[in-house]
Design a protein around this ligand. Structure first.
Ligand SMILES: CC(C)(COP(=O)(O)OP(=O)(O)OC[C@H]1O[C@@H](n2cnc3c(N)ncnc32)[C@H](O)[C@@H]1OP(=O)(O)O)[C@@H](O)C(=O)NCCC(=O)NCCS
Length: 175
């Protein structure tokens, strides 16, 4: 059996439709927040795509909050390509890019904690995250009924509290 090479690269404008298609399908299922083509185009340099035989089969995006804290979001792999390590590769590359930027902590908001657990993330209380983190939540249909699990990974062995120390503790913050 031929094993095709999966390339992880920075997205190009021409990938916007494919990213929209892949993530849009999961958004319709309520698994992730919908992102418009305009939003994807505006943020295209923060997207990574997985490509096999010239086809975009998965993508994820980076979203920076402080110089030491960033989110990995909009992670999606076409269902017929799952469980082949594509998601792991995308997250690995995202973490590499974040580390190069000096980001110490990556976080995710997810309904699929088992996947991220397998990649070394652990759950934290999302109520303890600063209000800043919720900048996208206003656009989410779930809003206050958010059922996503916040998970973090220390990219250089920082402590669990590091996201808060980067922007100051704000116990009053609400989603
Ligand atoms: C979650 C998702 C990105 C995983 O992509 P993937 O390419 O299948 O992941 P990988 O093949 O790299 O899996 C790596 C490991 O993660 C774990 N894993 C992957 N999918 C899992 C799942 N659905 N449930 C539990 N563990 C899972 C497994 O340990 C897996 O290793 P294994 O196959 O050797 O057992 C993909 O299923 C997807 O797009 N889901 C819908 C959108 C979504 O939930 N995005 C993430 C949150 S925003």
């Amino acid at each position: 059996m031929t094993v095709n090479e999966i390339i992880i690269r920075t997205a190009r404008l021409a990938d916007a439709d494919a990213i929209r298609h892949i993530s849009g399908r999961y958004a319709k299922e309520g698994v992730m927040l919908e992102r418009s083509t305009e939003d994807i185009i505006e943020n295209i340099r923060n997207f990574l795509v997985a490509e096999e035989n010239g086809q975009v089969i998965g993508s994820c995006a980076l979203s920076f909050f402080t110089v030491h804290l960033a989110e990995i979001r909009t992670l999606a792999v076409i269902d017929t390509f799952t469980r082949r390590g594509v998601g792991r590769k995308l997250v690995g590359k995202a973490e590499e890019v974040l580390s190069e930027e000096g980001v110490r902590t990556a976080f995710v908001l997810t309904l699929n904690p088992d996947f991220f657990l397998s990649l070394g993330y652990h759950a934290v209380d999302k109520e303890r995250f600063p209000q800043k983190i919720w900048r996208d939540c206003t656009y989410c249909p779930k809003l206050m009924a958010c059922d996503e699990i916040a998970m973090i990974k220390d990219l250089e062995g920082a402590t669990v509290d590091s996201p808060l120390s980067a922007v100051g503790r704000n116990k009053k913050s609400e989603p």
